[in-house]
Design a protein around this ligand. Structure first.
Ligand code: FBP
Length: 551
């Protein structure tokens, strides 16, 4: 009874992979585009790892992909969990063993910390077997330490050399892969003899663009949230008595909320990027929600579903200014004093040190929200949006607005609201077939890039709306994913975080339909993640991908 029947069965699932990874491959290169001014500036900062071509793997009848000598490779998982991480590891392991049976794979424990502090395990078939196609990152753990300083790179090199590791695979989001790019450049510049390959991970779905179709984990997490939302919708329409305000994880970008809206067709879905484009203040947001509630109440519908992205507050200009000033103030040593104050005294104390406009917003917030803004910070001092109860705050503000509307004779309905937060429960689910296949393919692709001697590349698998064997494995130089961002007054090269594109097909579809979804009940019930059965249920990619790629 120690292993669930599903885990037992799933461990036997054979992920589907691009045809080139099934046998021998040959490496094809695409032309390097002429750099624009920004790319030239980035190239100056990455002299050893820029100007490299995008590469693709094609299957080859003539070449052999076996290695004469075994390869030792290391892997670390960085940042938040995302379904499929274990499959990147198993793909990497199987790929290495198929190149040479004596190849070895080492897993650094708890993310970058394991690399810097030399904590690792050798990953063997016996160890990996129970984790095949299973969720979580618990085989080796993950962490949020930033790998960005020369001392850390040098400490890492000691253990890499000790274990005779010639390549390190870093599985992470935009920040972790930005640091992977810096590490690749540094190791190249000192001829360290260690290649760096990245893999695109995050349920948030914000590591994507022209060169990367999606980050892994987004498919599973959104399927899981959509199942839950669908179930709440059915409960809602059965009882017809509650408004459900559901906050969804996803940090800054609203990709998760948009995908769940496309899948479930709720009455309201707030897309932060849209709110920003409209230059809404919090009062506008509350007004919009209250108007939808009133519109439905006029038709006798005193219930509904509202999806709220967890990053919404950061997109409201006044909150953005407050958060920026708080980030700055709380990073100063003198702010340490607040830890010695009673919790209820903290807000007033901090307000005294802020600009009047920011102070008055902070003081106007319910105490629990103000404290969440002050206390729940990540290791880099930033607000942890997943910890702020935005859904509760919005319910309170909407309730207040509806009473004002009722007093003015503009609203006669009842408003009973329930709040939910769907976040952590989506990050470690058994990966969907899509993520299981995608991640295993990424692991196998990483091995191919390593054996071709490449460094400073992110492994990619594209054509993902097609059956897995038609997908194309390849790699894109990190520097091709970068742009310059002003941070602390300096132009810093970082991998671009992709927000919801308001001109893109997924948002356009949502915008075309939202007014009908607001007033009518158009709920769709996606049902649970299904692993066995017809392809259109089991292997279905996200609607975001379908609309983006197939139109
Ligand atoms: P990554 O970007 O590292 O993949 O993390 C995603 C995420 O799940 C966000 O959606 C969420 O805001 C955050 O992690 C929560 O962080 P933590 O796990 O540290 O509480």
């Amino acid at each position: 009874f120690d292993i669930s029947p599903l885990q037992k069965l799933r461990s036997q699932y054979t992920p589907k992979i691009p045809v080139a990874l099934n046998g021998a491959w040959r490496l094809c290169t695409a032309d390097v585009p002429t750099p624009d001014a920004e790319a030239k500036a980035i190239a100056m900062m990455f002299p050893h790892t820029s100007g490299m071509p995008r590469v693709y793997l094609r299957n080859s009848e003539t070449e052999t992909s076996r290695q004469e000598k075994p390869l030792n490779v290391g892997i670390l998982l960085s940042g938040g969990q995302a379904p499929g991480g274990h499959n990147v590891i198993s793909g990497l392991f199987d790929g290495l063993k198929s190149l040479h049976p004596d190849s070895r794979l080492y897993g650094f424990l708890m993310g970058p910390d394991g690399l810097i502090n030399h904590k690792y395990i050798e990953l063997t078939e016996a160890l990996i077997a129970p984790y095949r196609n299973a969720g979580g990152f618990d085989m080796i753990g993950s962490g949020r330490t930033k790998l960005e300083k020369k001392e850390q790179f040098d400490a890492a090199l000691l253990i890499l050399k000790h274990l005779d590791i010639s390549a390190l695979v870093i599985v992470g989001g935009d920040d972790s892969n930005t640091n992977a790019a810096i590490l690749a450049e540094y190791y190249r510049s000192i001829n360290a003899g260690v290649q760096i390959i990245g893999c695109p991970k995050t349920i948030d779905g914000d590591l994507k663009g022209r060169e990367i179709e999606c980050s892994f984990g987004f498919d599973t997490a959104t399927k899981l949230y959509a199942e839950l939302i669908g179930n709440v919708q059915r409960d809602c329409v059965s009882a017809k008595k509650y408004w459900h305000f559901i906050k969804l994880m996803g940090r800054t970008a609203s990709h998760i909320t948009l995908e769940c809206a496309l899948k479930c067709q709720p009455n309201i879905a707030i897309i932060s990027e849209d709110v920003k484009a409209k230059d809404w203040r919090i009062a506008d947001l509350v007004e919009y929600i209250a108007e939808v509630i009133a519109k439905r109440a006029e038709r006798g519908l005193m219930y509904g579903i509202a999806l709220i992205p967890e990053g919404i507050l950061e997109f409201l200009p006044s909150f953005r200014r407050l958060i920026d000033e708080l980030n700055d103030y709380l990073s100063r040593p003198e702010s340490d004093h607040i830890k010695r104050l009673a919790r209820l005294e903290r807000t007033a104390f901090v307000a005294e040190h802020l600009k009047p406009e920011n102070a008055s917003l902070l003081l106007s917030l319910p105490q629990y929200v103000a404290l969440q803004l002050l206390e729940d910070r990540d290791p880099h001092g930033n607000v942890q949006v997943s910890k702020i109860e935005t859904e509760v705050l919005l319910v309170e503000l909407v309730k207040e607005r509806l009473s004002q509307m009722a007093a003015a004779g503009r609203y006669q309905g009842k408003f009973a609201a329930l709040t939910h937060f769907f976040g952590y429960e989506g990050r470690c689910s058994f990966p969907s077939n899509f993520d299981a296949d995608y991640c295993y393919s990424l692991g196998r692709t990483a091995v191919a890039l390593i054996s071709e001697g490449l460094t400073g590349y992110m492994a990619t698998v594209s054509n993902t709306t097609h059956p897995a064997d038609h997908c194309v494995a390849g790699g894109v130089p990190f520097t091709r994913l970068m742009h310059l961002e002003r941070r602390a007054g300096l132009a810093k090269p970082v991998i671009r975080k992709s927000l919801v594109d308001l001109q893109g097909a997924p948002f356009a579809y949502f915008a075309d339909h939202r007014s009908r979804w607001e007033s009518e009940d158009c709920y769709v019930y996606p049902g649970p993640l299904v692993f066995y059965g017809p392809r259109e249920i089991c292997d279905e990619p996200t609607l975001t991908l379908r609309l983006e790629i197939d139109g």
